[in-house]
Design a protein around this ligand. Structure first.
Ligand code: DX5
Ligand code: ZN
Length: 224
Protein backbone atom coordinates (compact mmCIF):
# COMPACT_ATOMS: atom_id res chain seq x y z
CA UNK A 1 0.00 0.00 0.00
CA UNK A 2 1.07 3.58 -0.56
CA UNK A 3 2.30 5.39 2.53
CA UNK A 4 -0.15 8.25 3.05
CA UNK A 5 1.39 11.71 3.09
CA UNK A 6 0.01 14.42 5.37
CA UNK A 7 0.34 18.11 4.56
CA UNK A 8 -0.91 20.37 7.37
CA UNK A 9 -2.19 23.69 6.07
CA UNK A 10 -0.83 26.68 7.94
CA UNK A 11 -3.94 28.63 6.91
CA UNK A 12 -5.43 27.36 10.18
CA UNK A 13 -2.28 28.06 12.21
CA UNK A 14 -1.46 31.13 14.30
CA UNK A 15 0.17 33.48 11.79
CA UNK A 16 2.01 35.29 14.60
CA UNK A 17 3.80 32.05 15.52
CA UNK A 18 4.44 30.36 12.18
CA UNK A 19 7.84 28.91 13.07
CA UNK A 20 6.45 27.26 16.21
CA UNK A 21 3.38 26.05 14.36
CA UNK A 22 5.63 24.43 11.74
CA UNK A 23 7.75 22.87 14.49
CA UNK A 24 4.65 21.43 16.14
CA UNK A 25 4.04 19.14 13.14
CA UNK A 26 7.69 18.38 12.33
CA UNK A 27 7.63 15.07 14.19
CA UNK A 28 10.05 13.55 16.68
CA UNK A 29 12.68 10.84 16.67
CA UNK A 30 10.07 8.12 17.11
CA UNK A 31 7.11 9.57 15.23
CA UNK A 32 7.32 10.91 11.70
CA UNK A 33 5.76 14.31 11.28
CA UNK A 34 4.21 16.15 8.39
CA UNK A 35 5.46 15.21 4.93
CA UNK A 36 4.80 18.63 3.48
CA UNK A 37 3.72 21.94 4.96
CA UNK A 38 0.86 23.33 2.86
CA UNK A 39 0.95 27.09 2.33
CA UNK A 40 -2.18 28.76 0.93
CA UNK A 41 -1.43 31.86 -1.10
CA UNK A 42 -4.58 33.89 -1.85
CA UNK A 43 -4.79 37.20 -3.70
CA UNK A 44 -8.39 38.35 -3.15
CA UNK A 45 -8.97 38.06 -6.92
CA UNK A 46 -8.92 34.37 -7.77
CA UNK A 47 -10.56 33.72 -4.40
CA UNK A 48 -12.37 36.17 -2.09
CA UNK A 49 -9.69 36.06 0.60
CA UNK A 50 -6.19 37.42 1.11
CA UNK A 51 -3.47 35.55 2.97
CA UNK A 52 0.27 35.75 2.38
CA UNK A 53 2.86 35.86 -0.34
CA UNK A 54 6.52 35.39 -1.18
CA UNK A 55 8.09 37.19 1.81
CA UNK A 56 6.28 34.89 4.24
CA UNK A 57 7.21 31.80 2.22
CA UNK A 58 10.85 32.89 2.26
CA UNK A 59 10.70 33.35 6.03
CA UNK A 60 9.04 29.96 6.50
CA UNK A 61 11.63 28.30 4.31
CA UNK A 62 14.31 29.54 6.66
CA UNK A 63 12.33 28.52 9.74
CA UNK A 64 11.57 24.87 8.95
CA UNK A 65 13.00 21.83 7.17
CA UNK A 66 9.55 20.53 6.23
CA UNK A 67 9.18 20.68 2.43
CA UNK A 68 6.87 23.56 1.52
CA UNK A 69 3.82 22.89 -0.64
CA UNK A 70 2.67 26.24 -2.01
CA UNK A 71 -0.92 26.34 -3.26
CA UNK A 72 -1.32 29.45 -5.37
CA UNK A 73 -4.95 30.60 -5.41
CA UNK A 74 -4.03 33.64 -7.46
CA UNK A 75 -4.62 35.20 -10.83
CA UNK A 76 -1.73 35.51 -13.25
CA UNK A 77 0.22 32.48 -11.94
CA UNK A 78 2.53 32.84 -14.98
CA UNK A 79 3.97 35.89 -13.28
CA UNK A 80 4.39 34.50 -9.78
CA UNK A 81 4.76 30.73 -9.70
CA UNK A 82 8.47 30.46 -10.42
CA UNK A 83 9.24 32.91 -7.61
CA UNK A 84 7.91 30.39 -5.11
CA UNK A 85 10.13 27.72 -6.60
CA UNK A 86 13.11 30.06 -6.35
CA UNK A 87 12.14 30.77 -2.74
CA UNK A 88 12.71 27.09 -2.06
CA UNK A 89 9.21 25.61 -2.24
CA UNK A 90 9.30 21.86 -2.86
CA UNK A 91 5.99 21.78 -4.71
CA UNK A 92 4.23 24.74 -6.34
CA UNK A 93 0.62 24.29 -7.41
CA UNK A 94 -1.28 26.64 -9.70
CA UNK A 95 -4.97 26.61 -10.60
CA UNK A 96 -6.04 25.43 -14.02
CA UNK A 97 -8.86 28.01 -13.96
CA UNK A 98 -6.39 30.88 -13.48
CA UNK A 99 -3.61 29.90 -15.85
CA UNK A 100 -3.19 30.60 -19.56
CA UNK A 101 0.16 28.92 -20.16
CA UNK A 102 0.07 25.70 -18.17
CA UNK A 103 2.90 24.11 -20.12
CA UNK A 104 5.17 27.10 -19.62
CA UNK A 105 4.46 27.14 -15.89
CA UNK A 106 5.29 23.43 -15.52
CA UNK A 107 8.51 23.87 -17.49
CA UNK A 108 9.60 26.90 -15.45
CA UNK A 109 8.80 25.26 -12.11
CA UNK A 110 10.75 22.13 -12.94
CA UNK A 111 13.64 24.19 -14.30
CA UNK A 112 13.73 26.05 -10.99
CA UNK A 113 13.94 22.75 -9.13
CA UNK A 114 10.39 22.44 -7.84
CA UNK A 115 7.66 19.91 -8.43
CA UNK A 116 4.90 21.32 -10.63
CA UNK A 117 1.34 21.03 -9.33
CA UNK A 118 -1.98 21.59 -11.06
CA UNK A 119 -5.15 22.20 -9.04
CA UNK A 120 -8.77 21.83 -10.08
CA UNK A 121 -11.70 23.48 -8.27
CA UNK A 122 -14.58 21.14 -7.35
CA UNK A 123 -16.55 21.82 -10.57
CA UNK A 124 -13.57 21.75 -12.93
CA UNK A 125 -13.36 18.47 -14.87
CA UNK A 126 -10.18 16.49 -15.37
CA UNK A 127 -10.57 15.58 -19.07
CA UNK A 128 -9.47 18.91 -20.63
CA UNK A 129 -6.19 18.71 -18.71
CA UNK A 130 -5.13 15.14 -19.41
CA UNK A 131 -2.48 16.12 -21.97
CA UNK A 132 -1.09 18.97 -19.92
CA UNK A 133 -0.93 16.77 -16.81
CA UNK A 134 1.79 14.72 -18.47
CA UNK A 135 4.02 17.69 -17.71
CA UNK A 136 3.00 17.98 -14.06
CA UNK A 137 4.10 16.11 -10.94
CA UNK A 138 1.14 16.74 -8.67
CA UNK A 139 -2.62 16.91 -9.16
CA UNK A 140 -4.38 18.82 -6.37
CA UNK A 141 -8.08 17.99 -6.28
CA UNK A 142 -10.02 20.64 -4.35
CA UNK A 143 -12.65 19.05 -2.14
CA UNK A 144 -14.07 22.44 -1.07
CA UNK A 145 -14.40 25.72 -2.96
CA UNK A 146 -11.00 27.36 -2.49
CA UNK A 147 -10.80 30.40 -0.26
CA UNK A 148 -11.31 29.37 3.34
CA UNK A 149 -10.38 26.70 5.82
CA UNK A 150 -12.92 24.85 7.91
CA UNK A 151 -15.46 24.05 5.17
CA UNK A 152 -17.27 20.73 4.71
CA UNK A 153 -15.80 18.04 2.49
CA UNK A 154 -17.53 17.61 -0.90
CA UNK A 155 -17.62 13.82 -1.49
CA UNK A 156 -18.57 14.21 -5.18
CA UNK A 157 -15.03 15.42 -5.86
CA UNK A 158 -13.74 11.91 -5.16
CA UNK A 159 -14.93 10.87 -8.63
CA UNK A 160 -12.07 12.96 -10.00
CA UNK A 161 -9.63 11.29 -7.62
CA UNK A 162 -10.78 7.83 -8.78
CA UNK A 163 -10.45 8.88 -12.40
CA UNK A 164 -6.91 10.19 -11.83
CA UNK A 165 -5.93 7.13 -9.78
CA UNK A 166 -7.08 4.88 -12.62
CA UNK A 167 -4.96 6.81 -15.12
CA UNK A 168 -1.95 6.53 -12.83
CA UNK A 169 -2.44 2.82 -12.20
CA UNK A 170 -2.79 2.12 -15.92
CA UNK A 171 0.39 4.02 -16.67
CA UNK A 172 -1.23 6.91 -18.54
CA UNK A 173 -0.14 9.53 -16.04
CA UNK A 174 2.57 9.74 -13.42
CA UNK A 175 1.25 12.02 -10.72
CA UNK A 176 1.03 12.40 -7.01
CA UNK A 177 -2.66 12.84 -6.18
CA UNK A 178 -3.34 15.37 -3.44
CA UNK A 179 -6.65 16.43 -1.92
CA UNK A 180 -7.45 19.71 -0.16
CA UNK A 181 -10.46 20.77 1.86
CA UNK A 182 -12.51 19.28 4.66
CA UNK A 183 -10.11 16.43 5.36
CA UNK A 184 -10.41 15.17 8.94
CA UNK A 185 -10.50 11.89 10.87
CA UNK A 186 -14.01 11.20 9.50
CA UNK A 187 -13.46 11.99 5.82
CA UNK A 188 -9.88 10.85 5.26
CA UNK A 189 -10.70 7.17 4.94
CA UNK A 190 -13.01 7.53 1.94
CA UNK A 191 -10.49 9.85 0.30
CA UNK A 192 -7.76 7.27 0.86
CA UNK A 193 -9.96 4.54 -0.65
CA UNK A 194 -10.50 6.70 -3.73
CA UNK A 195 -6.74 6.80 -4.27
CA UNK A 196 -5.32 9.95 -2.70
CA UNK A 197 -1.57 9.98 -1.98
CA UNK A 198 -1.29 13.25 -0.05
CA UNK A 199 -3.86 14.77 2.30
CA UNK A 200 -3.97 18.48 3.12
CA UNK A 201 -5.55 19.19 6.50
CA UNK A 202 -5.86 22.65 8.01
CA UNK A 203 -8.41 22.86 10.78
CA UNK A 204 -8.17 19.13 11.57
CA UNK A 205 -4.52 19.65 12.49
CA UNK A 206 -4.28 23.18 13.82
CA UNK A 207 -7.56 23.25 15.73
CA UNK A 208 -6.61 20.01 17.49
CA UNK A 209 -5.17 20.26 21.01
CA UNK A 210 -2.00 18.49 19.82
CA UNK A 211 -1.19 19.23 16.17
CA UNK A 212 1.57 16.62 16.01
CA UNK A 213 -0.73 13.91 17.30
CA UNK A 214 -3.41 14.97 14.83
CA UNK A 215 -0.94 14.36 11.97
CA UNK A 216 -0.22 10.84 13.24
CA UNK A 217 -3.91 10.07 13.72
CA UNK A 218 -4.76 11.22 10.20
CA UNK A 219 -1.95 9.17 8.67
CA UNK A 220 -3.03 6.06 10.59
CA UNK A 221 -6.65 6.50 9.44
CA UNK A 222 -5.57 6.98 5.83
CA UNK A 223 -3.44 3.84 5.98
CA UNK A 224 -6.17 1.72 7.58
C1 DX5 B 1 -8.77 26.32 1.14
C2 DX5 B 1 -7.33 25.93 1.26
C3 DX5 B 1 -7.07 24.79 2.13
C4 DX5 B 1 -7.48 24.97 3.58
C5 DX5 B 1 -7.99 23.66 4.04
O1 DX5 B 1 -8.95 27.14 0.06
O2 DX5 B 1 -6.81 25.61 -0.02
O3 DX5 B 1 -5.72 24.37 2.06
O4 DX5 B 1 -6.44 25.37 4.42
O5 DX5 B 1 -8.52 23.80 5.32
P1 DX5 B 1 -9.41 22.66 5.97
O6 DX5 B 1 -8.54 21.43 6.07
O7 DX5 B 1 -9.79 23.22 7.30
O8 DX5 B 1 -10.58 22.42 5.07
ZN1 ZN C 1 -4.77 24.71 -0.05
Amino acid sequence: ARRPMIAPSILSADFARLAEEAASVAGTEDSPGADWLHVDVMDNHFVPNLTLGLPVVMALRAATDIPLDCHLMIEDPERWAVGYAEAGAHNVTVHAEAAVDLLGIARDLRAAGARAGLSLKPDTPLEPYLDVLRHYDTLLVMSVEPGFGGQSFLPATLAKVRQARHLVETGHLRLLIEIDGGINAETIEEAAEAGVDCFVAGSAVYSAPDAGLAVTTLRDKAAA
